[in-house]
Design a protein around this ligand. Structure first.
Ligand code: SAM
Length: 259
């Protein structure tokens, strides 16, 4: 446990879930940094992702995707930098979702309007664009520069648009209604749970395909699914050959359908 959180726990009059929530508000990134209070499980990374220091600034990684399928491998070049927040590095659920898109192949994405929420480095959306989608990668303002850089580094300026999209706020008029919504590793900060559900609701109708990849880190995550249930049903994606590998890392890939 990190010294900073140790102090926060020791001085804190709260216990259990209330303590977890209080620590989340003080430091929303603590679950990602492997800094946990004593009753939580420390984060393990998905095994295929290149090692990234979570203090990294202005680094480049090569991220090979689709290695587990018979389809051609895609290698993304990604600028990473944690200075912009947790989205500035690539996360395991993003790799799982990108690998699944490659597994599905370009017939699934070709010609479709695809919108990724909480894109971070943009890795999922960039893979979707290489597979033939018209892609919008979106995030909060501090991530936009790194996303733009990654679009250029992968020569995808024709296929990918970068846009600011803050969950819970009205959808900007410039953003089109997507055929497919993608989201990876977006469940981690409890105050954002209702905002993410609102944005998913605003962007979709009953025919929108939504692929939602999620890594379970703590009990409080279930509150996200309590909110989600009011507007969506979901099923686990079963046709992914890599499922038995990533489910050992508590990662699930879900297909959401609006009620
Ligand atoms: C753990 S990162 C995942 C990044 C990327 N999807 C991946 O898998 O590598 C979570 C992302 O959600 C974004 N995010 C968090 N709260 C948000 C909000 N209120 N509106 C828009 N994006 C948000 C963060 O900026 C970050 O990029």
């Amino acid at each position: 446990m990190g010294a900073r959180v140790e102090t926060q726990v020791a001085d804190n009059p709260l216990h259990g879930l209330a303590l977890e929530e209080d620590l989340d508000i003080r430091d929303p990134l603590r679950h990602y940094m492997g800094i946990e209070s004593s009753d939580s499980t420390v984060v393990q990374s998905y095994s295929m992702l290149p090692e990234q220091q979570y203090s990294v600034q202005n680094d480049l990684i090569k991220l090979p995707l689709g290695q587990r399928s018979d389809t051609p491998e895609i290698v993304l070049t990604l600028a990473i930098s944690a200075r912009e927040g947790c989205g500035g590095v690539a996360w395991p659920a993003g790799q799982v979702l990108a690998d699944y898109l490659i597994e599905k192949g370009s017939d699934f994405l070709k010609g479709k309007t695809i919108l990724e929420l909480g894109s971070g480095t943009g890795l999922v959306g960039l893979a979707a664009a290489i597979l033939g989608g018209h892609v919008w990668i979106t995030d909060q303002a501090p991530l936009l520069d790194i996303m733009r850089r990654n679009v250029i580094l992968n020569d995808l300026s024709q296929e990918v648009t970068v846009a600011e999209l803050d969950w819970g706020l009205p959808i900007p008029e410039s953003i089109p209604k997507p055929d497919i919504i993608l989201a990876a590793d977006c469940v981690y900060f409890e105050p954002a749970f209702p905002l993410l559900v609102k944005t998913l609701t605003d962007l979709s109708d009953t025919s929108t395909e939504i692929l939602f990849c999620y890594k379970k880190r703590r009990k409080a995550d279930k509150r996200f699914f309590v909110l989600l249930k009011k507007a969506f049903t979901w099923t686990e994606v079963l046709d992914d050959p890599a499922r038995s590998i990533y489910s050992r890392d508590a990662i699930s890939l879900l297909r959401l359908v609006k009620r």
